[in-house]
Ligand binder design. Structure first.
Ligand code: COA
Ligand code: HC5
Length: 628
């Protein structure tokens, strides 16, 4: 296996992730067996990015605007483009990944709005069949056992290396999910991570119930995980110890980050409170046992559940029963409603979903295999002393703010059951590109214009890779959308336009996942200018750049084995957030918008997506595929 050693700097910790001692032998886990041989993220050629950029903005601009942007790009190509490109290439030679730290800062740590709704996605699990408190706690205990089972594979690095096609993927995100936490800062947040091979890795959970937080040890005296029955007894004890709702201190974590940072600083002044905060940060994850669930109209149960996962329903429901800085919060609600919320700084959706799929498989098995662990201790309630009157005021303000945010979120879940990935596959079309074209058509039908659209592209083929943007709106998608709305066109012609638009999108995807996308490259060129005390280039100040970065549709495909529904908020006030889980015979969508924007409405967009999916199938079935 060789002497493989990856050093990766995180903000406060550096971890030697490859070497660990297992049963007295030096062990290089198979999870990281190819880590060192993964390619480094390339810096794409400047000329290529600029050409692609011009193509991508074309459908969003008038002729006159486009001519102007062409000139801006030409100027940039002469100066300062080449200089910035060469500086960026130098950075890329030095760093394991020229983008990853910049991305963590720009996309996450410097972002000042609340992580709730704006950053942290929610996942709804398939409904479980418990109906009372005992069932809720028994399911929670089993969920924890399933999680610990998965955690062993992370800790021992025995998880198989994930692949995309034949390409192995970077597994580093898995190492950060069950040991990390975001920390608020006044201008910029930071995060901590206590990975398994560092001293004192996390061995406890924090359980939230009735807005109180409890320290729950996961392992007994000989490092053996508590059995499911033992966990159940511990959870029962926690519930018994927290019969009445506590001061909703968790709401502070749903606040604007600067505000939360001010409160956090005050909290740290008290020694006991500081210890409580550290216990939360150093935990494996949060387990939220929720109490209340708002009534849902018939057919709305899944959307209500999705709101519970995204924001907790407001101060009257479960929003305070959370610690939103924590990377992972499993949420077990009443009547079988469960799922999770995760803070996005350290990981993308797929590793999270891999854990979810494992837990749901584990919970689906009836037999109880775990044996009791000796030497377990009773859970301990964490104390928070709100010494400063300002803290109480800040909590009151947080109540108002979360309630306004909750009111503003317009969220609906949509299960399209007519067909799934199977249909586009049968038409020899990429299901993902096909769905992206359905979004383009859905938007065009409602607004008679195209819009900048974001789709996540995975960069995990590269060391420490995160994401790039797939600009799904293209001239081809616009031609397709217009064509579909034109009653004079034949099905044959419409199908051709669809195939062309899908091909264009698929090509963009193929390039983006190879590190030849344009958005992160353009971001890099801007950040390297700033780092070298140069001004922001005119290209980045041009209206085409801001317009094409104002994503009225922000999307992400996150496939899951189980019937999970995934949701996140829009990234602009007048936009839609669309997360989709395409399964073989159905597609599950979570669609969000903001109520404060009169032009957007999640139901309206869902109806339009549904219509697009029907119409696209009809035109494909009513046409003959060209042999060319
Ligand atoms: N004909 C028939 N089948 C086809 C096809 C075609 N022309 N093109 C693709 N398919 C098949 C694929 O083989 C695949 O088969 P499978 O279901 O057996 O796996 C399936 O259709 C899906 O392929 P496709 O729809 O093209 O998508 P993809 O799996 O390649 O994913 C992205 C595309 C962009 C979603 C993916 O590359 C990516 O980057 N994902 C990252 C998402 C992410 O990280 N999200 C979370 C962010 S937090
Ligand atoms: C549970 C899965 C949620 C998916 C979250 C996701 O896709 O986040 C995107 C991350 C990225 O870098 O593209 C961001 N987005 C929500 C704005 C699409």
């Amino acid at each position: 296996m060789g002497n493989v050693c990856v050093k990766h700097k995180v903000h406060r910790v550096s971890c030697n992730l490859q070497r660990m001692q297992t049963d007295g032998k030096l062990f290089v886990g198979r999870m990281f067996s190819v880590q060192d041989s993964l390619p480094k993220l390339p810096v794409p050629p400047l000329e290529q990015t600029l050409q692609k950029y011009l193509r991508s903005v074309r459908p969003l601009l008038t002729d006159e605007e486009y001519v102007n942007t062409q000139k801006v790009v030409e100027d940039f190509k002469r100066d300062p483009g080449p200089k910035l490109q060469s500086l960026l290439e130098k950075r890329a030679q030095k760093e394991t990944n020229w983008l990853s730290d910049w991305w963590t800062n720009t996309a996450y740590l410097e972002f000042r709005q609340p992580v709730t709704v704006n950053v942290s996605p929610g996942v709804v699990f398939p409904k479980q069949n418990y109906t009372d408190k005992e069932g809720q706690l028994r399911f929670t205990a089993k969920l924890i056992s399933g999680l610990l089972d998965y955690k062993t594979m992370i800790d021992k690095q025995t998880l198989p290396v994930e692949k995309m096609g034949k390409q192995p993927l970077c597994m580093m995100q898995y190492y950060k999910i069950l040991c990390g936490c975001r920390i608020p800062g006044k201008k910029k947040d930071s995060w901590v991570c206590y990975p398994p091979d560092e001293a004192n890795p996390p061995k406890h959970f924090v359980v939230a119930h009735n807005n109180a937080f409890f320290f729950l040890e996961a392992y007994g005296s000989n490092n053996q995980a508590l059995s499911t029955d033992q966990l159940y007894e511990q959870l029962k004890y926690i519930v018994y110890q927290s019969k009445a709702p506590e001061v909703p201190i968790g709401l502070l974590t749903t606040e604007n980050r600067n505000k939360w940072a001010k409160s956090y600083e005050l909290l740290l002044k008290d020694k006991e409170t500081k210890t409580s905060l550290s216990i939360i940060q150093r935990s494996i994850c949060l387990i939220c046992i929720d109490n209340k669930l708002p009534d849902s109209a018939p057919g709305e149960e899944e959307s209500t559940a999705a709101k519970m996962m995204l924001h907790g329903g407001g101060s009257q429901f479960n929003s305070a029963n959370r610690w939103c800085d924590k990377t992972l919060q499993f949420i077990v609600g009443k009547n079988g409603v469960c799922g999770l919320n995760y803070e996005h700084t350290t990981a993308e959706g797929p590793p999270i979903i891999s854990i979810v799929d494992h837990i749901l498989d584990y919970c689906g098995k009836n037999e109880e295999t775990s044996t009791p662990s000796p030497g377990i201790k009773a859970p301990r309630k964490l104390n928070f002393n709100l010494k400063f009157p300002e803290l109480k005021e800040n909590i009151e303000e947080a109540v108002d703010n979360i309630d306004s945010l909750v009111k503003d979120v317009d969220l609906n879940v949509f299960k399209f059951t007519e067909y799934g990935k199977n249909f586009p596959k049968s038409q020899k079309l990429s299901p993902d590109s096909y769905l992206q074209m359905a979004f383009q058509l859905a938007y065009y039908r409602l607004y008679s214009k195209p819009c900048a659209t974001y789709e996540t592209a995975s960069l995990r083929q590269f060391q420490l890779g995160r994401t790039d943007t797939i600009r799904s709106c293209s001239m081809e998608s616009l031609e397709f959308s217009k064509g579909m709305m034109d009653s004079t066109l034949s099905k044959q012609k419409k199908a051709e336009l669809l195939r062309k638009a899908v091909a264009e999108h698929k090509n963009y995807v193929a390039e983006a996942i190879k590190g030849q996308g344009i958005d992160r490259h353009l971001l890099g060129l801007k950040l390297i200018a700033l780092q070298n005390n140069m001004k922001v280039p005119a290209l980045h100040m041009d209206m085409a750049y801001s317009l094409s970065s104002h994503h009225n549709i922000s999307t992400s495909q996150v496939p899951a084995k189980h019937e999970a529904c995934l949701v996140f908020g829009p990234t602009v006030p007048d936009g839609y957030g669309v997360c989709y889980n395409p399964q073989e015979k159905q597609i599950i969508f979570g669609v969000s918008a903001f109520n404060c924007c009169p032009e957007t409405e999640s139901r309206k967009f869902i109806d339009s997506i549904r219509q697009s999916l029907y119409e696209m199938k009809t035109v494909l079935e009513g046409s003959v595929q060209s042999k060319l």
